[in-house]
Design a protein around this ligand. Structure first.
Ligand SMILES: C[S@@+](CC[C@H](N)C(=O)[O-])C[C@H]1O[C@@H](n2cnc3c(N)ncnc32)[C@H](O)[C@@H]1O
Length: 212
């Protein structure tokens, strides 16, 4: 429970509080690097980890994918379900509440996606991504997109947080030799508007691996 004198305590409370700060936190659009990669794939079963307000999940469902969208925040999940209903794809998306540090959905998927699965609170990201790789069906892919640093306009952030390079992400997956193919492991720059609406550059990391 949130104590008004101390603020939110659990990771779920932190994220629910973040989402309640505004009626919409993210753009509602799917992530650009995600669209570039997934747009090439035939529709199948997708797992979206840290699905947030559902921009990617709704985009997938509109293209015929059957989606499992997971998040720690019930506020985000309810919002995402609302966007799915507005888009007429609610029946193609299962919204599941998991703290991925604690539990992971059962099943296997043709696409497992973790788009900016970062957290303001401690989260075992490497372990979660290894679990994510295990959930990829034979022939399927794991797509991980992450930031390479805080936005240049944000100054009130921890100084010691390490954002892994694409190579570090691949290594941390500990993929068994000969069972996976690394399709992408790269940094790229994209433009994001700062809170004043000024376009600024940010560097992200993309990792795409395929289970053979
Ligand atoms: C930076 S946001 C990215 C949201 C979305 N993927 C996107 O690209 O717009 C990170 C998301 O991960 C979720 N998240 C953070 N920690 C989590 C955890 N332990 N288990 C599940 N989801 C988590 C947050 O609630 C949030 O929706």
């Amino acid at each position: 429970m949130t104590d008004e004198t101390t603020g939110p305590e659990t990771a779920e409370e932190v994220w629910d509080t973040r989402y309640r700060e505004s009626g919409r936190i993210w753009s509602g659009e799917p992530n650009a690097a995600f669209v570039e990669v997934v747009g090439e794939l035939p529709a199948g079963r997708a797992l979206d980890l840290g699905a947030g307000e559902g921009g990617d999940a709704v985009w997938l469902a509109r293209r015929g994918w059957r989606v499992t969208a997971v998040d720690i925040s019930t506020v985000a999940l309810e919002r995402a379900a609302g966007h799915a209903a507005e888009a007429g794809v609610a029946e193609r998306i299962d919204f599941l509440h998991h703290d991925l540090a604690v539990s992971f959905p059962e099943g296997s998927w043709d696409l497992v996606s973790a788009q900016f699965l970062h957290s303001m609170v401690e989260m075992p990201r490497e372990e979660i991504l290894r679990r994510a790789a295990c959930a990829v069906a034979p022939g399927g892919v794991l797509l991980v997109e992450g930031h390479m640093g805080f936005p240049s306009w944000q100054h009130d952030h921890p100084q010691d947080l390490h954002f892994p390079t694409p190579e570090e992400v691949v290594e941390s997956l500990r993929l068994p030799e000969g069972a996976w193919e690394v399709l992408r492991s790269e940094e790229h720059v994209r433009v994001q508007k700062d809170p004043e609406g000024v376009p600024r550059e940010r560097t992200d990391a993309t990792v795409l691996v395929r289970r053979l």
